[in-house]
Ligand binder design. Structure first.
Ligand SMILES: [Zn+2]
Length: 272
């Protein structure tokens, strides 16, 4: 389980109300025990809090003009609920493109979960805290405008490239992680993945399917990272869903995983 040193307790008290009382910013860092667990589902290939037959499909970088609608068609046909991590100025320009706004409405209308993938898909570690806040808040604001009063609060967040949440290495937490996580914690639960489809490297459907099933065959389960903007992904999706079900996997959602990890929804955890 990832942990923090608590040398910025005030920043994390927003998400972890009890922590302000246990932090002492003046203490010697070398004497600090890790004690803060940020709200996040990490990148473990076998998440201990999920049953080993659980899969949740996620689609990043949406919406786009060519493939996102087809992803929705397949999910509808296969009766799968997925999670879409939205950029508002990446493969399309949501603020000015009405059909892209309609795709976001369609995702919500068809029961899918919406997550925040930042407005422009930057490397967040390179930005100031204020610019990170702007990237996340922009998607929240636009989505709320598009979906109206019933808009979900977008309390699922995935940083572009998973950065810097993937840096669970000696030396963690890095300064970049402290900076990014302190902003993200005000908005949502950060969502990693167990299985990367590497679909952005794939020329065809077989490549996407093989990338996923190789990891499944090696024992991985949980959240699957794909993108809703590639033909190979869309082409792989129907048979991939069938294959996973044939293997006994149950297709759940990211919120199911959050509930399993924390015993509460992302909305309850973030407290909005
Ligand atoms: Zn992305």
């Amino acid at each position: 389980m990832p942990t923090f040193h608590s040398w910025q307790p005030a920043l994390f008290a927003i998400s972890f109300g009890v922590l302000a009382a246990c932090g002492d910013a003046s203490s010697d860092l070398n004497d600090q025990e890790p004690r803060i667990d940020p709200l996040m589902l990490d990148f473990a290939a076998r998440p201990s809090y999920l049953p080993d037959h659980f899969i949740a499909l996620t689609f990043d970088d949406v919406p786009d003009w060519n493939h996102t609608a087809r992803v929705l068609d397949v999910l509808n046909e296969k009766n799968v609920t997925a999670t879409f991590f939205i950029n508002t100025s990446n493969w399309s320009n949501v603020p000015t493109e009405a059909p892209m706004q309609e795709l976001i409405r369609r995702m919500a209308r068809e029961g899918h979960e919406l997550g925040n993938h930042t407005a422009r898909h930057p490397h967040l570690g390179a930005l100031s805290a204020a610019d990170i806040e702007h990237e996340i808040a922009t998607v929240e604001r636009l989505t709320a405008q598009i979906l109206g009063p019933a808009a979900p609060p977008l309390n699922l967040v995935r940083a572009p490239y998973g950065e810097p949440y993937r840096d669970h290495v000696p030396g963690f937490p890095t300064p970049e992680f402290e900076k990014v996580a302190s902003v993200v914690a005000r908005h949502g639960v950060h969502i990693g993945w167990a299985i990367d489809a590497f679909d952005y490297t794939c020329p065809d459907a077989a490549c996407v399917t093989n990338n996923v099933m190789q990891r499944v065959d090696a024992g991985a389960y949980g959240i699957v990272l794909m993108h809703g903007v590639y033909a190979a992904t869309v082409d792989a999706l129907p048979s991939l869903i069938d294959t996973l079900r044939d293997r006994g996997f149950v297709l759940g959602t990211v919120e199911d995983a959050v509930e399993a990890r924390y015993g509460a929804s992302s909305r309850e955890l973030v407290g909005r």
